[in-house]
Each structure stands twice: as C-alpha cells, then as structure tokens.
Design a protein. Structure first.
Lengths: 234, 295
C-alpha cells in the first residue's frame, strides 16, 4: 500500500475551481517534486494534503502505517515569524505539540529528541539564539528541525530554498537529500527550480495546464515530446 | 513621602487596591505577546468597548428589573458583563474567519456600536434624575477616580479569576506558543488550533472584564499590550519575554497605584503613564544595544 494516495482531487476557493483531476500515489522513501507556474495551486494542494483545507471533491488517503497527523511540514515563512521573540530551542521542541494532546508540558525524551534534531540540522549551537536574528538559511534549518520532531515518515516542503543565497540553497538541498536517503523520510517538495528538481527528485508532479505525474525519466521524455510539439506547431 | 505611604498602607482599602491592581496587571500581561503577534490587539480593543456597552446593559437591567438589582449590584455588574463579553469574543473570532464582513471591519462595527448603544442606554429616562451619569460613564471608560471603594467580595472575586487565568495560561503555555508561532504547522501536525484560539479569546474577554474597574474600558488595551511590547525590545525567547512582561506589568501597576495615591491622580491613567515610561526606557536600552552591535 502507498503512503499517500490522492484520487481525483478538485481544489478551489469559494466554488471557483483552480485545479482538477489530481491523482497520484506516493510510496515510502519517494522524493517527489511538485512543479508548476505561480498561482497554479501548488501551495493549495499541499495545504489540502495536510488537512488545512478541504478539497471540493476527491479523496486523500494515507496508508503504510502513516497517520495524517504524522506529516511534517515546512511552510513558507509568514509575517508573524519575522518579529517573533522565540529561541531556536523553543521553536524546535514545539514540533512535538501535536503529539502532546492535552498534556501540558514536553517530556524529557521529547526535549532530547529535539536536541538531536537540532544537531542533525546543524543548528544545535544556535539553540539559545533568537529566531528573528538568524539568517534565512538558518531559519529554514530550524523549521526543518521542528518538522522532524513532528514526523519520522513524511515531510512536505513548500519552497524550502525561496530567498536563500546559492550556498545556503546547496546546504538545504543536501540536508533534504540526506533525510531522504539516510533516514528514509518521504519528501514532497514544491519547487521553482527545475534543475534541482531533476537532480534530486525521483518523481515529478507537474500541475497547472496539463497534469503530469511520473518518474524523472518519464518527465524528461514528456517534456521533450512537448517541446517537439511546440516546435512543430510553430 | 515614605511616611505618607506608610500612613496610607495602614488602610485596608489601600491594601485591597494594591492587591487587585497587581493581580489584574499580572493577568493582563500574560497574553500580551500573543495578542501583539497574532494581530489580535484590535480584538482586545473591540472587546473593551463591548464591555462598556455590557456595563450599560447591566445598569439598565438593574433599574428595570428591580428584583435582580441586588444580584447585579453585589457582583458589580459582572454577572451580566462577563457572559456578554465572552460571547462577543467568541463571535468576533468566528466572524474573523469566514464572514462577508471581514475581521477588522467587524471589530470596528461591534466596538463603536457597543460604545454608542452603551452611552445611549445610560442616558435613557429610566434612570433617576439624580444619578450621576457623566460620572458613571467617565469611570467606566477611564477607570474609577480611585479604586479605594473595593469591597472584600470584589477582592476575592478578582483573586479567584486571576488564579484561574494564570493557571490556564501555564497549563496551555506550550500550546499557546505553538498556535501563536505557526497556526498552520500546529493544525497540520494535530494541534486543535481553532479550539486554542477560542480559549485565547475567552481569556482575553475575562481579563478585560476584571481590568475594567482598575483602568476603565478605554485603557485596558494599554495594560495588555505595553508590557509585552517593552519586553520584546530586549528579550529573545518567548519564555523570557512572558516572564519579563509579567514582572514589568506588576511593577508598573504597583508604582502607578502608589503614585496615584500620593499625587491624587486617576489610577488608570497613572498606571498607563508608568507603562509608557517603562516602554520608553526599554526602547532606549534596546536601541542602544543595537547601536553597540552595529558599531
């Protein structure tokens, strides 16, 4: 059974369809890139998978031992966070909140795991620093460490390298690759960066216009044939 | 000066005022950071106007339904004001999400509406002509000229509410942090963010109602927001900011009450003035620190 199965999703706002007929399945350990124009509904799709909004129709199922609450999420930065007075440690450990239920405080084991995740992301030495004083790349790694507290199985990343300089971008990509290859975490990533998508992802989901879902090599063939068509039409 | 203070402190009324002032200030400061960062400050402001309107409703009910008057008087109107304000908090949060009238416009409508209706009700003919309406209105808006008229019952009520508010805040501290910092992430990973937003709104409503006697409905927002904003100038973690704003708020309230007694100024505005001064000091220190770092 696949970890995540989306069937015939139709997404939209207030009765207005923006995306329809989205069907795909993600297996454990996959590295999926979601490509598409601005405004094609990539973030909406991601929020729907996370259960933050309801699809207009269609179903999202999780399987293979994955519960819908075990999906980690790296959102795009919001304006609140830019002036939020919080230390790195406070933010990372808050990744466990969803598992707390009504328990008011974090356990020792959770705090320890948060430390480990900070080390894994290379932000352990920043743990007492204030989040808003960090560089963009450091902030993203902090949020990634938090997402790791929420999941060991699947991460959804919404443009994780947006606004980062080339060096930080490279670091971010190699961290994500390590999580995928060494820790076996399924990655679903929204990206603008076609080259990186083709370098790292094993599967591509292209939305907006014609829908495509398949492996990297299938996508290359698909893109090539479309280019020929375009050339032929011209 | 100290002698005068010592002389005043011998009166139980003055001690009550200090106790209530400190408790109210403590509660008010707790949710300040959340309010500022979640852009909820306008809800706080709107609710304080609602509380004013509710106060008018409670006095008019006291006059119209004479058998309720003892109950209303003995609770200082709280029995009507508290539920009305909490209800408005819930409604404001609901409309903020998915109504035709968008959040801030809805708040503006409700707050000025409540203000106008409240004042209208207070000026209706049902009140005995001798009643000091402008005095009542003024003290509801800006706080009593002195809070030296507190009864023992009011002090205990305030004490009980403060203990509950503080306990709820501590128990839900981590959840409030998660929901404030990143609502989407919290919801996606299984935290019931909308329930906690509701909890935050209800606590705010309760705090506003118990602060009303001290600083009046127009000045409550200052009590909630200033300590948090001051602490945010200097401190770097959520816990440090929360603890610092609580201490600062308590300190400012105590100092404000003492000053108001010594200088015979209105309590509410004196406390707010002290808070503004504290903000100025924190801002200067923050700016100086930033300057050193850059240099």
């Amino acid at each position: 059974m696949s970890q995540l199965i989306c069937t015939d999703l139709i997404l939209g706002y207030e009765g207005q369809e923006i995306l329809s007929g989205v069907s795909f399945a993600v297996e454990q350990g996959d590295y999926v890139c979601i490509l598409g124009e601005n405004g094609s509904g990539k973030t909406t799709l991601m929020k729907t998978i996370l259960g933050l909004r309801k699809p207009m129709s269609g179903t999202i199922e999780t399987g293979d031992g994955l519960s819908p609450r075990e999906i980690g999420y790296l959102p795009q930065q919001n304006s609140i966070q830019r002036d939020f007075p919080a230390s790195v440690r406070e933010i990372v450990v808050s990744g466990f909140q969803g598992q707390c239920g009504l328990r008011p405080f974090y356990t020792k084991a959770e705090k320890l795991q948060a430390e480990k995740n900070m080390e894994l992301m290379g932000v352990a030495d920043l743990k007492k620093r204030c989040y808003r004083e960090l560089s963009g790349g450091q902030q993203q790694r902090v949020l990634l460490a938090r997402a790791l507290c929420a999941t060991k199985k699947m991460l959804l990343l919404d443009e994780p390298v947006a606004g980062l300089d080339p060096k930080a971008t490279q670091e971010m990509y190699s961290l994500i690759e390590r999580l995928n290859k060494e820790h076996g975490i399924t990655i679903i990533m929204i990206s603008h960066d076609l080259r990186a998508a083709l370098q790292f992802a094993d599967k591509i989901l292209h939305i907006g216009g014609e829908l495509f879902f398949g492996t990297r090599s299938e996508y290359l063939r698909y893109a090539a044939s479309h280019r020929e068509e375009a050339v032929g039409n011209a | 000066m100290l002698d005068t203070l010592y002389y005043y402190l011998q009166f139980s009324q003055v001690r009550y005022a200090l106790i209530v002032g400190v408790l109210v200030a403590l509660c008010a400061s707790l949710l300040g950071v959340t309010l500022v960062l979640k852009r909820f400050s306008f809800i706080g402001d709107g609710l304080s106007h609602v509380a004013f309107g509710a106060m008018a409703v409670s006095s008019i009910t006291g006059v119209l339904v004479s058998q309720w008057k003892p109950v209303i008087d003995s609770t200082n109107g709280m029995i009507i004001v508290m539920p009305l304000t909490v209800l408005s908090a819930v409604l404001l949060l609901r409309t903020g999400k998915n109504a035709k009238v968008k959040g801030d416009a809805a708040v503006a409508m409700i707050s000025v509406g409540a203000l106008a209706i409240g004042y209208l009700l207070m000026n209706l003919d049902v009140f005995p002509k001798s009643a000091n309406i402008s005095g009542d209105v003024c003290s509801t808006l800006f706080g009593s000229l002195s809070i030296l008229t507190l009864t023992e019952g009011e002090v205990f009520f305030c004490l009980a509410v403060s203990v509950i508010v503080t306990a709820v805040f501590i128990i839900f501290y981590n959840k409030i942090f998660s929901v404030t910092f990143d609502e989407d992430f919290a919801t996606a990973t299984g935290t019931k963010a909308s329930a906690y937003n509701l909890l935050i709104a209800i606590i705010i409503a309760v705090i506003i109602v118990i602060s009303m006697n001290l600083v009046g409905s127009l000045l409550i927002s200052a009590l909630i927001i200033f300590p948090a904003l001051s602490a945010m100038r200097l401190l770097k973690s959520f816990k440090a900011v929360t603890v610092c704003s609580a201490c600062l708020s308590v300190f400012c309230a105590a100092l404000g009450i003492i000053l108001s007694i010594l200088l015979s100024t209105p309590v509410g505005s004196t406390i707010v003035a002290v808070n503004i001064a504290a903000f100025g000091v924190f801002w200067l220190i923050g700016a100086a620190k930033g300057g050193f770092k850059r240099a």
